[in-house]
Design a protein around this ligand. Sequence first.
Ligand code: 5GP
Length: 194
Amino acid sequence: MAGRKGPLFIVSGPSGSGKSTALRRLLSQTNLPLKLAVSATTRPPRPGELDGVDYYFWSRDRFERELAKDSFLEWAEVFGNYYGTLRSEVEPAREQGQGVILEIDVNGARQVRQRCPDAVSIFLRAPSLETYKERLEARGTENEETIQRRLARIQTELQCASEYDYQVINDDLQATVDRLAEMVQQGFERRNHA
Ligand code: 5GP
């Protein structure tokens, strides 16, 4: 609806919870005006990842310069790399009534909840710890040491799940996408009735 700010959604979940796949499918299936904010990161691209599409792949120098300019809505250090949401990816779109999804970690989510109390937060989790391991290995883009580091972090992240408005167990991709679509639809409707 014209003149109304678009809703903001935070989606978190440990590596291997299937966030990226579910969100990609959600975006390809929805008719709502919805975008996924492209984050900036200092981690190197994985094979197939594109600058400006999957992330803005920046040097630490560049990232720190933007931090100094207060360009980020939130940021965090994850696995030794910086990750952050640029205000420019979020605010102009919301002003035009577009819904924006942030796919960010638990620390970033806390910052956004404080700054944007109207954000709807969703925690996506795999059905079991074993599933995370299988999914990380199947991805085949990380070495064993990285996989072990990511697995260790999963336990910590799972402890934050209760901070979120909703938790979704991703054991069936299409069912998860359907749940996410309902939540997004509700986010738009709440805004229209606000
Ligand atoms: P990956 O390296 O697997 O793409 O992402 C690692 C972690 O960083 C994931 O938990 C992902 O949600 C998180 N992440 C990605 N972009 C951002 C961001 O802009 N801010 C924060 N705080 N976390 C992010």
